[in-house]
Each structure stands twice: as C-alpha cells, then as structure tokens.
Write a protein that binds this ligand. Structure first.
Ligand SMILES: [Zn+2]
Length: 80
C-alpha cells in the first residue's frame, strides 16, 4: 500500500468517510488496533493495489487499523 498526501483533510472525510456523522478533525478516537488515542485529523490515507483508498490510523504503517477500527474515546477505556 502506498501512502498519499491529502491537502484538505476535512473535505477528504466529507467525500470518503464511510459512516454517518463526519467527525471534526480535532476530535479524538480510540484506535482499537494499536490501543492509542488518536486525533482524527492525523489520519493517513493509503491506496491499495486495487486503487481503493483506506483512511488509516495515524500510527500506520505500524498500526494496521483503519477508520472502522476507531471507537469513541471512553468506550473501551478511560482517557488518560
Ligand atoms: Zn491504530
């Protein structure tokens, strides 16, 4: 997978966020793959071999979590 740079991240989310309720870039989420609290606006985008763009965890490529692995902070554990 190849990382691509996104100029307007908010606009990117509007176009590509897979769920209802597009988060603000300043919102925090808990990535259940790396078990870290991440800032939505720090997301990375990787393109797969089939051209599909994945909204990935800011800790990629160490973390293989994507946007579907982000849950609201506090759902799994309390925020530090
Ligand atoms: Zn992660």
């Amino acid at each position: 997978m190849i990382e691509i740079q996104i100029e307007d991240k908010q606009m990117y989310l509007v176009d590509n966020y897979p769920f209802d309720g597009i988060p603000d870039l300043r919102e925090k989420r808990h990535c259940i793959h790396c078990d870290e609290i991440i800032i939505v606006g720090d997301f990375k985008v990787y393109v797969g071999n089939d051209g599909f763009e994945f909204i990935c965890c800011p800790n990629a490529p160490e973390c293989d979590g994507t946007v579907i692995d982000w849950v609201p902070v506090g759902l799994w554990k309390d925020e530090e």
